[in-house]
Design a protein around this ligand. Structure first.
Ligand code: CP
Length: 308
C-alpha cells in the first residue's frame, strides 16, 4: 500500500529509511550541480500557522531545487481565511485543489492527522502542536547521525531539554528505537521528562533507556548529544537552574573526541556560540542535511515510491 502522507515518524520502516538515505545522497549531487527540472510540473503549498525558519525555507528550497513551484503562507493565522473562521479541513480541501503536496505546521497536536484524514494530496507534518511530532526533522536528524557516526546500531544518544513537549525529541526516539543496541538517555528537569507513551514504546521494542535530571556522568560517555531548546518560562516553572543544561567549552572538554552535538535549532542559551567551530558541533551541518532529506522525501512522495 502506498504511503500518502507523512504524519509521524513511526511510519518509517528501516528499509524505507535506507531508501530515503540513498535518495538523500543523490540529492546532494543534484544540488551540487544546481538542481534538476525533473519535477517542474509539481506545486508544493507550505501552510505554516506557527513561525519557522529552517523547515519552511528548506522545504521551499527543496522544491525549487527539484524544479517545482511553491505556494506559501508563513503566518497562516493572519494571512489565510482562518482569520474569517475557516476550519483547517476546509482550508486543506481548497489548497489541495491548487497543489500536489501540502506542508503543514499547525498549533494543535493532531493537526496534521486531521489534515491528512481529508486531503486528496499528500500532507507532510512540519510540526504539530507542542508535544506532537516533527517527523521530517527527526529523519534529517537520523540522517545526520548516520552520516557523522557511520552507523545507527549500538549508539548511545543523550536527548536533553524540556522533553515532555519536545516534538523533535519524541519523533527521534521513535526512529532510534528501530535500530539495534541503541541506548537512550533522556535528560530533563523535574516535571518536564519525556512522556510515558515514548517509554512504553521503548519497552515494547526492548530499547535500553535511562532518565536523569542532570547531564553529569552521561555527557562524557555518549556518541550523540541531542540538545533541544531550553524555554526559560518552562524551566522556571520546574524550579531548575537552567544553566546546568547548557553546553559550552567546559562541557565539551568532557565529551568523547568522536561524539557529536546536535540541535534542531533555533537555539537560545543552551549551546554557547564559542563551541560552534568545534568539529563535534554538527548542528549547522544538520540544517544543511534538512535540504537534502526534504528533497528526497518529496521525490519519494511524487514518485509514489513509499510503500506502507
Ligand atoms: N527545527 C525547526 O523546526 O526549526 P524551525 O522552527 O525554524 O522550522
Amino acid at each position: 500500500m502506498n504511503l500518502h502522507h507523512i504524519v509521524e515518524s513511526q511510519q518509517f520502516t528501516v528499509p524505507r529509511i535506507m531508501e530515503l538515505f540513498e535518495r538523500t545522497e543523490q540529492m546532494k549531487k543534484i544540488v551540487a550541480r544546481g538542481g534538476t527540472r525533473d519535477y517542474d510540473n509539481k506545486i508544493m503549498a507550505t501552510l505554516f500557522y506557527k513561525s519557522s525558519t529552517r523547515t519552511r525555507f528548506s522545504f521551499e528550497a527543496a522544491m525549487y531545487r527539484l524544479g517545482g513551484k511553491v505556494l506559501s503562507t508563513e503566518h497562516a493565522r493572519e494571512f489565510s481565511s482562518e482569520i474569517e473562521g475557516e476550519v483547517l479541513e476546509d482550508s486543506i480541501k481548497i489548497i489541495a485543489n491548487y497543489s500536489d503536496v501540502i506542508v503543514l505546521r499547525h498549533p494543535e497536536e493532531g493537526g496534521a492527522k486531521r489534515a491528512a484524514a481529508i486531503s486528496p494530496v499528500p500532507v507532510i507534518n512540519a510540526g504539530d502542536g507542542a508535544g506532537g511530532q516533527h517527523p521530517t526533522q527527526a529523519l534529517l536528524d537520523l540522517y545526520t547521525i548516520f552520516s557523522e557516526c557511520k552507523t545507527l546500531d549500538g549508539l548511545s544518544v543523550a536527548i536533553i531539554g524540556a522533553l515532555d513537549l519536545g516534538r523533535t525529541a519524541r519523533s527521534l526516539a521513535y526512529l532510534l528505537s528501530k535500530f539495534d543496541r541503541v541506548k537512550l538517555y533522556f535528560i530533563a528537569p523535574k516535571g518536564l521528562q519525556i512522556k510515558q507513551d515514548i517509554l512504553d514504546h521503548l519497552d515494547e521494542k526492548g530499547i535500553s533507556y535511562h532518565l536523569s535530571e542532570s547531564p553529569h556522568n552521561i555527557i562524557n560517555k555518549v556518541d550523540v548529544v541531542y540538545q533541544t531548546r531550553i524555554e526559560r518560562e518552562r524551566m522556571a516553572k520546574s524550579d531548575t537552574d537552567i544553566t546546568k543544561y547548557n553546553i559550552d567549552s567546559s562541557v565539551l572538554q568532557k565529551m568523547k573526541y568522536d561524539s557529536i552535538i546536535m540541535h534542531p535549532l533555533p537555539r537560545s542559551v543552551e549551546i554557547a556560540r564559542e563551541i560552534d567551530n568545534d568539529p563535534r558541533a554538527a548542528y549547522f551541518r544538520q540544517t544543511q542535511n534538512g535540504l537534502y532529506v526534504r528533497m528526497a522525501l518529496l521525490t519519494m512522495l511524487f514518485d509514489n515510491n513509499i510503500q506502507e
